[in-house]
Design a protein around this ligand. Structure first.
Ligand code: HCA
Ligand code: CU
Length: 390
């Protein structure tokens, strides 16, 4: 399957609820689900209905909204959990079990034959209910390869819809992900999902690598929220796919809606959108150095792989600093409808740089200096420079 067939499994309402600041009310969950559905993600994953009474009713509420996205819930490898999940009206059930020796020893205490036998029972139950079934091995990258292949092959033998590879602790590199998924792709027929944590900063690259190796589904959450520092962020993943092929890979999503979604989730969980956030961070489309500013003014593609207007955003060229250049200052003068010739623009730029070496300069300072600049042509001989602000 080619990379453009990928699906997003948006897990803000499951993994994201495991973020320390997340305590969603039903109304907030509905709002987030609707916003993500408007954006166009293919799936929404919800917290297990057995987590709490509200979690159960929230699954029913969201499954009953009539959204375009398919609704999944996430359970342990356990028939009782599956029975509860099957009564909520969701379209599918994601089953997860720890397969690393650490988790087998210190979490559930079960061995691989137990996992396969119980997994089969749970998946058959889900299939009998006519629901989409997925089976995932938690901490896949610290599990024995042969163990997880045995598990996936057993599940594939049941005709399961999808299996999941989870980098639960964010330890994998893009090459690790590529190799594991490539090998799995050669062994099974089911779709393959990738879920990657971001502890070492590889979550987006790993998700991309998973798709290159033949994965079909990628888990994301808004702003990447989740356990610890979270998982592949929706916006960053979209930026990655856009940068690869904007027309082929992200046209299916409502890109300008991303800023509303990031803002909504940031406000809901009580954090700011980081300045460095993909696409929606305050500096994502800000250019500073004179050399950059000049080139971007001539052709934005020189320093932008993402077009801000595709996301309903605008670029900003910062000029109030010592690295400024006269082309950027010229653009500002034009915005202010001031007519200064190149010689004046160069002089005023030199003046701005000299000031910025001594004190903090603001855009208001720059505007005022530009407005009060006495053009050379008005002066008698040599540069007259800045007029006293009245
Ligand atoms: C969890 C762990 C999980 C599961 C991922 C998956 C992980 O249950 O909190 O179901 O594929 O990171 O392993 O989020
Ligand atoms: Cu996770």
């Amino acid at each position: 399957m080619s990379i453009e067939q990928f699906n997003i499994i948006e897990s803000t309402l499951r993994e994201g609820e495991q973020f320390v600041g997340a305590n969603f009310t039903t109304e907030q969950k509905v709002q987030i689900a609707q916003a993500l559905d408007k954006f166009g993600v293919e799936y929404l994953e919800l917290t297990s209905p057995v987590a709490s009474p509200q979690s159960y009713t929230d699954c029913m509420t969201i499954a009953g909204l009539g959204l375009q996205a398919r609704i999944l819930t996430h359970i342990r490898c356990n028939l009782e959990d599956a029975k509860a999940a099957a009564t909520t009206g969701v379209d599918g059930i994601d089953v997860v079990v720890g397969t690393s020796s650490l988790l087998r020893t210190f979490s559930h205490g079960k061995d691989i034959p137990w996992i396969i036998e119980t997994g089969r029972e749970v998946i058959r139950f889900i299939q009998d209910k006519g629901l989409e079934a997925r089976f995932s091995t938690e901490d896949s990258f610290r599990s024995e390869r042969e163990d997880i292949f045995r598990i996936y092959e057993a599940m594939d033998g049941l005709g399961i819809d999808r299996v999941g590879i989870a980098d639960t602790v964010g330890v994998a590199t893009p090459l690790d992900v590529y190799r594991l998924i490539k090998e799995l792709r050669g062994r099974i027929a089911a779709d393959i999902e990738f879920h990657g944590h971001n502890d070492s900063g590889c979550a987006i690259a790993n998700a991309y690598s998973a798709l290159e190796a033949g994965a079909t589904h990628v888990d994301t959450s808004v702003l990447g929220i989740g356990e610890r520092n979270g998982i592949t962020p929706l916006g960053g993943f979209i930026a990655r796919m856009y940068a690869t092929n904007r027309n082929l890979l992200v046209r299916k999503y409502d890109l300008p809606h991303l800023q509303t979604i990031d803002r909504l989730v940031a406000d809901t969980v009580g954090v700011d959108i980081p300045f460095s956030n993909y696409i929606t961070g305050i500096t994502a489309f800000t250019h500073k150095a004179g050399v950059h500013a000049k080139a971007v003014l001539n052709n934005p593609e020189t320093y932008e792989i993402l077009k801000p207007q595709d996301f309903g955003l605008t670029r900003y060229i910062s000029i109030a600093h010592r690295l400024t250049g006269w082309n950027a200052v010229a653009a500002r003068a034009e915005q202010l409808d001031l007519h200064l010739d190149n010689q004046d623009l160069k002089r005023v730029t030199a003046h701005l740089k000299a000031i910025a070496d001594h004190r903090h300069l603001t855009i208001d300072d720059v505007d005022s200096i530009l407005r009060n600049w006495i053009p050379c042509s008005e002066g008698k001989e040599e540069p007259v420079g800045e007029r006293m602000a009245s």
